[in-house]
Design a protein around this ligand. Sequence first.
Ligand SMILES: [Zn+2]
Ligand SMILES: [Zn+2]
Length: 193
Amino acid sequence: MGNKWKKVPVDVPISELSPLNVECSSTKCEDDLHCFSRYMKKAEKKFGRKGVCYNCGHDSIDWDRIHQNNINDSKYILESLNKELIRKIFTTIKIEKNMIEKAQNEGREKLRAEARKELKKRIGKYNDFIDGRQTPKDAGNIINLAQHATATCCRQCLEAWFNIPMEQQLTELQLEFCTDLVMLYFDEKVPNF
Ligand SMILES: [Zn+2]
Ligand SMILES: [Zn+2]
């Protein structure tokens, strides 16, 4: 494994970042790319407020609004997710042609069913893998990429972003919400989907 930046150096542009050289807790605060879903206790202690970036204290996110988990408010949700560096990387990542074609061939309905199944398997119930290991970052699976982009990758991210307690089994409604989020990623990344 090569070096991963925790704090991305100022002179390294976002375009040079990939899942290979950043981790879930990486930040690039001067470019408005933070980390909210790691070290939450530490961040609260350091800045005296909840839901802030552990590195710089950035607090522009309206958590009460996010925690409604209302897919009709997805524009705001996605906008907010993209203030977290790791989400931004997966949102802007270039997806391999064969993955795009596979998604196009499968089509919306089939991919949705597959995504739901994958989400249930990976995050449906609590398990010990509360970091990125729970869902591969390097897999040739577009669903996993979508999960990292939307904070539906692991139960720690899910709790941080959507206020769903880690130990609780996902309800059908919550699973539906996660699937909706993942579908929005495909809408964005797969042409003619
Ligand atoms: Zn920050
Ligand atoms: Zn995660």
